[in-house]
Design a protein around this ligand. Structure first.
Ligand SMILES: *Cc1c(COP(=O)(O)O)cnc(C)c1O
Length: 508
């Protein structure tokens, strides 16, 4: 009886008086979170860049059940500091050089807050006209900044859409290409459709093709060579296609990459699009990382030939100061996407959509519900302007160049592939290793040495890099792109690498 009474009391005190969207509570607690994050950024250099926790660390620290009674934000933030931050790999640290960085920015965070703060579900125009219209406008702005052909812009009867990620952009375009082709050749022929790319193409493509029902046997990852800097050779593409066509298969889709994930290789768009055109294939250009660079006139040439493609995408959440998720995708023929992806249930019908005068972005993507992502891209474009954005990117390229020069200036290292953007692939080559205790061949030994080098560097926590293994060569990737990185961090990173190699060579 006594315990039941106190149970009721708890219900009354802690539940009935709480308004989950109380404006004053939002104000005061919102300020606390901002202060917390500002302090985090002030102190970010003090944390080991790569999280040092062991798997399962958190379950040992947190209660086994959710709290029944509400807890204060102060207590939660204390736990974030104590238990969550140790398990965070600090992507925004100035000493973060791994994968492709996710360049954060104040404008990106503020845009995210506005987007999340309105919390609208903008699936079609009427569900929030501003969300749709702002998206179309910023996509045309960014398209112009990239000097995309007009055919990709709304003003040229194409159009842009903000997807969550490149994986979704690729899946949507493969699906549109598939349906366009099947309309011509008949649904029964889905087993004959073939998707092409280089062996350096992101794994997103193979997954998308599989999801879209392309027979995994009909996925061609065409071999690239170090001598061609791992770019896809148009002759190799033509050769692969001609074998398939002879075998009665149907070429469907080519994914060309500008800035591959392993080494930032660049596929030559002009000749590749020429080949694809002969066969009526859909060409998608995946410029997830490097596409942003094309807002600088001096880097625009990397996407020369994009006019021959059907679709183009880049991740603003990689190297464009916008928070995850924000993949910018343009298509020349939105109707091909819409034919594949549109739905028209009665409960979503409205005059605006029926009039066909508006964009309903639900028909350009996989999901129905969608976030107001345009807000954050708009904030980034407006707060920095083209001039600053170009300078941010140039600064990163310059720092990577600096690192490249440091690597090249030390005879024990080599730069493995040409540096095009802000990422340097390097290693200690076999020739720099003493020939003692030989096991296996020289390349294998070098690979093991470089793997240990990377693990040792990362375990120390001062910097974080990742690796690639291409054509049997294990290399370290040094990717500049975290917004807080300055020259001094690059120089410190190089010192860490050098000192680690000194120590390792001494014990060989
Ligand atoms: C990062 C990357 C992807 C995957 O991007 P998501 O947005 O995570 O799907 C695809 N392609 C390339 C070239 C990438 O660098």
């Amino acid at each position: 009886m006594g315990s039941l009474a106190s149970f009721d009391e708890v219900e009354n005190v802690f539940s009935n008086n709480v308004n989950p969207l109380d404006p004053e509570e939002f104000r005061s607690q919102g300020h606390m979170i901002i202060d917390f994050l500002a302090d985090y950024y002030q102190n970010i250099q003090k944390y080991p860049v790569l999280s040092q926790v062991e798997p399962g660390y958190l379950v040992k620290r947190l209660p086994t059940t959710a709290p029944y009674v509400a807890e204060p934000v102060e207590a939660i933030l204390q736990d974030v500091q104590q238990h969550i931050i140790p398990g965070i790999t600090h992507w925004q640290s100035p000493n973060y050089f791994a994968y492709f960085p996710s360049s954060g920015s104040v404008a990106g965070f503020l845009g995210e807050m506005l987007s999340t703060g309105f919390n609208v579900v903008g699936f079609n125009w009427i569900s929030s006209p501003a969300a749709t219209e702002l998206e179309s406008i910023v996509m045309d702005w960014l398209g112009q900044m990239l000097d995309l052909p007009r055919a990709f812009l709304f003003s040229g009867n194409g159009g842009g859409v903000l997807q969550g990620t490149t994986c979704e952009a690729i899946l949507c375009t493969v699906t549109a290409a598939r349906d366009r082709m099947l309309l011509k050749v008949g649904r029964d022929n889905i087993g004959k459709l073939v998707v092409y790319a280089s062996d350096q193409t992101h794994s997103a493509l193979a997954k998308a093709a599989k999801i879209a029902g392309i027979d995994p046997k009909n996925f061609r990852a065409i071999k690239t060579k170090k001598s061609a800097a791992f770019g896809l050779s148009p002759e190799s593409l033509r050769h692969a296609i001609s074998i398939d066509v002879k075998a009665g298969l149907i070429p469907l889709y080519l994914c060309a990459t500008i800035g591959t994930t392993s080494t930032t290789a660049v596929d030559p768009l002009i000749p590749l699009c020429d080949v694809a055109k002969e066969y009526g294939m859909w060409v998608h250009v995946d410029a997830a990382y490097a596409g942003s660079a094309s807002i600088c006139p001096e880097f625009r040439h990397f996407i020369d030939g994009v006019e021959g493609a059907d679709s183009f995408s880049l991740n603003a959440h990689k190297w464009f100061f916008t928070t995850l998720d924000c993949c910018c995708m343009w298509v020349k023929d939105p109707s091909s996407l819409i034919k594949s992806l549109s739905t028209n249930p009665e409960y979503l019908r409205n005059k605006a959509s029926d009039s066909k005068q508006v964009v309903d972005y639900k028909d350009w993507q996989i999901t129905l519900s969608r976030r107001f992502r345009a807000m954050k891209l708009w904030l980034v474009l407006r707060r920095y302007g083209v001039a600053n954005l170009r300078n941010f990117l140039r600064g990163h390229v310059k720092m990577a160049k600096r690192f490249e020069d440091l690597v090249a200036g030390d005879g024990r290292f080599e730069v493995v592939v040409p540096r095009y953007f802000a990422m340097v692939c390097f290693r200690v080559p076999p020739s720099a290793l003493p020939f003692r205790n030989q096991v296996g061949n020289d390349e294998t030994r070098a690979n093991e040495f470089n793997r240990e080098l990377l693990e040792t560097v990362n375990a120390a926590g001062r910097i974080y890099m990742t690796h690639a293994e291409v054509d049997g060569i294990y290399m370290l990737r040094f990717a500049v792109g975290a917004s807080l990185t300055e020259d001094k961090h690059v120089i410190m990173a190089w010192k860490v690498v050098q000192e680690t190699v000194d120590a390792m060579l001494n014990t060989l």
